[in-house]
Structures are given as C-alpha cells and as structure tokens.
Design a protein around this ligand. Structure first.
Ligand code: ADP
Length: 446
C-alpha cells in the first residue's frame, strides 16, 4: 500500500481528518475541564472568605459603640489588629480570628463611612485598591501584580447605627498557581497527545484501508486476468484469419479456418458467460423466495448419465452412489445446482488420467444434504488447495488451458454453494486424488 500514491494520499487524508477531529474534541474537553476546575476552585474560595467575613461581622458588631471608632475590646477577636491608617511596621504573616490562625495571605481592613482606613490586620498588599468590589473576572491587583479576592460587609454599632465597612480579602497566588499548572498541562500535554493521536490515526487509517486495498488489488488482478484470457482466443482468431487471407485458401483450408474460428468463438462465448454469471451473483441480491425444491437424486443421476460419454472417451470409470433411495431435497435454482455439480464432475474427469475412477456420492445427515465428488486423479498440493477457488487461478496453467479451462469453474461452483447457504470444500492428496464436498441445508417436503 505504501508504494501506491492514491492509497497513500487517501491514508494521509483519513489520518489527518481523524487526528483533526480528535484534536478538536480533546481541545474542547481540555478547555471544559479547565473552566470547570477554575469555577469550582473559585466557588470554594469565595465561600470560605464569605464565611470568615460573616464570623468576624457577627462577632464584631456587638462590640462597636460609636460609628467609625474601634473599641479596644475588638482585639479579643482580632489580636493582631493595627489601629490607625498606617500599617504596622512588621505585620504578622497570619491573622488570628477568635484564637484561630488563618493561612498566610489573608487581610482584614476597617473603613469608616467615608471610606477612610481605620485599622488593618494580616497581609499588607502594597497599592491595593480595596475600596472596590471583586469578582472572579475582576479581582484586585496589588503593585507586584499579585491578585486578591475580597468580601466587603457593612458594620453597624450595637445600637444599629451604621458604623463603617469591613473588608476581608485573601491572596489568589495559590489559586493562580493551581490554574497555571492546569494551563501548562494543557499547553504541553495537548500537543504531546496530538502527536500520539496522529500516530494512532495513521496506524488506524492503514488498518481501515487494508481491506479496501486488498479488494483493489483483486480487481486489478481480475481485470488483468480477463484481458489475458480474452487476448488468447482473439490473437488466435487474428492469426488464423491473417494466414488464411494472405493467400487464396482452398476449400479445405477455408473449412479448417472456420473450424478454428468456431472453437475460439466457443471459448470466448463460454468465458463471457462465466464472467456474466459471476458478476450477476456478485451484484444481485439473493432472492430465496424464487428458489424451488430440487431433488438431488435426480440431479446426480442426470449428471452422471450426461457425463458418461465424456468419461468413456477419457477412459475413466464414472459411477454414482446414493446413500439411500429416499429422495433428498434442497431449495435453490435448479440450473445453478446442476452447474455446480457439473463443474466438479467435469474437473474430476479432466484431472483423472485414463484408467482412474470418479464417483459421485449423495447422502444426508439430520440437517444437511451432502454431495461428494471423488476422483483418483492427480490431486492438489496442500498449498494450492485454498487458492483453487480464486477466480482465474489454475494450478497447472498450461495443462488447464489445454483442457479449455479459464480457472473460473471452482469460483463459480463456490459462489453457487454460498448463494444457496451451502459450502464447498476440498480434501486432496497429491498423486492420490481429490474429494470435493458440497453441503446444502436440507429442505423437507411435507
Ligand atoms: P479450470 O477451468 O482450470 O479447471 P477450476 O476453477 O475449475 O478451473 O479449477 C481450478 C484449478 O483447480 C484447476 O486449474 C486445477 O488445477 C485444480 N483442480 C480442480 N479440480 C481438480 C481435481 N478434481 N483434481 C485436481 N486438480 C483440480
């Protein structure tokens, strides 16, 4: 297949379409997984921050007396609080809320109703515009480019007056890091996967095209064989005509020429009929409703009678053996069943030297009818036995052609057997003879 440009091109096309579609599916799946992971992570991060802000809010509000003023008792809840707009000189890495230490990266901000900073706790991201609300799409960014998510709540005094604002935020470094790892996996992993998919596509395309290529080769071989088989009689006709016409032929010469033309014409007609029969069987859908009941006993005895003349001429003893006198019935096209068994008997007579024997046996078991054609002829080597059913295949080409065979007889016989839901097999030993076995499903006539 590699040396055939057309098939190579088709294989490339098939592989690239497959790889392209797989790449698209993988890419979309990768994006979907990335988006779902990012959303999921954000949701849990936001829930955690909201619950922390809620805890602080609920704990702080009963302690607040005057709007915009932080009572010292607030330190019970936030021990690391730096009061005043200036950040603590050395702010602690982790904030403590109600004796629980939070992860690093959190901060708390208190703003009065005018938006002025009153106190801070935890991280102190430089240049963070914490007045703004945040979303997943729009988090806060400090001067170093680190991103933060923040939850903002309004605080009221113990008496219910508006006090100011509480802002609780956390760094998104960990979240971003996680997303970057997934992105890196997708950016590097997808092309690597695509290489693997490309290789697999090429291999699969090869596998898929293999049977097509085999059929293509068979068709090519078949066409070459037909051309070859047609050329032989046509060349013979041409040569005979040219020789005869080159000089004034005598009536005897003209008669002999006509005899040759008749023989070659007969050969051509047979070849074309065989080819037509094979192609009809290939193309036509089997219509079993048109099958009739055929009695194999009649068929075997008719054929043995028909071939007895040829057998006598060839010096071969032709006989039949019926297992029982009960008629054996099958369903099928009678003409084709005759053709099948006739081909087998014809071959047996052709390939059995004078003095040999050919026997046609008919029998049945519970489900099948069995026709066996046995000869004591030249036999078939084991390596050839599988190939003799191929179209135009002949073991001994010269000898077979001499007999007038084009190598289609067994191909036709097998096609007929298959059409009738049967089988045709061979058992043979070189120099000892052959046994061709045909099996058909039985048909019972009630
Ligand atoms: P052909 O027209 O050449 O006989 P077939 O398809 O009938 O073609 O047979 C294919 C080949 O199988 C023959 O060329 C022959 O070599 C071999 N063959 C078929 N029947 C027999 C047989 N009874 N004994 C030995 N060889 C056989």
């Amino acid at each position: 297949m590699r040396n055939n440009r057309l098939f190579n091109l088709s294989r490339w096309r098939l592989a690239s379409y497959y790889a392209g579609v797989m790449g698209l599916i993988l890419g979309l799946c990768g994006l979907a997984v990335y988006e779902m992971t990012a959303q999921d992570h954000w949701r849990s991060l936001d829930q955690e921050l909201t619950s922390l802000a809620g805890t602080l809010h609920d704990g702080l509000e009963p302690l607040l007396q005057q709007p915009g003023q932080l009572e010292p008792s607030v330190r019970h809840i936030l021990p690391n609080l730096c009061i005043g707009p200036q950040a603590c000189p050395r702010p602690p890495q982790r904030i403590h809320i109600l004796n629980a230490t939070q992860q690093p990266g959190y901060y708390v901000r208190f703003l009065n109703l005018n938006g002025q900073l009153l106190a801070t706790a935890g991280e102190n991201p430089p240049g963070l515009a914490f007045e703004r609300e945040t979303t997943r799409q729009q988090p806060l960014t400090d001067q170093r480019g680190n991103r933060y998510h923040q939850v903002s709540l309004q605080l009221k005094t113990a008496t219910g007056q508006p006090w100011g604002y509480l802002k609780v935020g956390r760094s998104l470094v960990e979240y971003d890091h996680h997303l970057h790892s997934i992105q890196a996996f997708l950016v590097w992993g997808l092309p690597t996967m695509m290489l693997v998919v490309g290789g697999a596509s090429w291999w699969l395309a090869g596998l898929a095209m293999e049977p097509v290529y085999r059929s293509y080769q068979q068709i090519q071989q078949f066409t070459a064989d037909i051309a070859h088989e047609l050329r032989t009689p046509i060349t013979a006709i041409q040569a005979t005509l040219e020789t005869t016409l080159s000089a004034e032929p005598s009536p005897e010469e003209a008669y002999s020429t006509l005899q040759i033309l008749k023989r070659q014409n007969y050969r051509l007609t047979h070849l074309i009929q065989d080819l037509l029969l094979l192609s009809r069987m290939d193309l036509q859908k089997v219509n079993r409703s048109q099958f009739q009941a055929c009695c194999l006993n009649d068929l075997v005895s008719d054929l043995v009678e028909e071939f007895s003349g040829s057998a006598l001429a060839a010096g071969v003893a032709l006989s039949s053996k019926l297992d029982s006198q009960e008629p054996i019935w099958v369903r099928g096209e009678e003409e084709q069943l005759y053709r099948l068994v006739a081909n087998l008997i014809n071959n047996a007579l052709h390939y059995t030297p004078a003095g040999g024997r050919v026997q046609v046996m008919l029998g049945s078991d519970k489900y099948q009818a069995l026709i066996q054609v046995q000869d004591t002829g030249i036999g078939i080597a084991p390596a050839e036995q599988a190939r003799i059913f191929d179209r135009f295949y002949r073991v001994d080409t010269a000898r077979s052609r001499q007999q007038g065979g084009a190598g289609l007889g067994l191909a036709i016989a097998q096609a007929i057997a298959v059409k009738h839901q049967g089988s045709l097999t061979v058992e043979s030993e070189l120099g000892q003879g052959s046994l061709f076995i045909v099996k058909f499903p039985l048909f019972s006539i009630a």
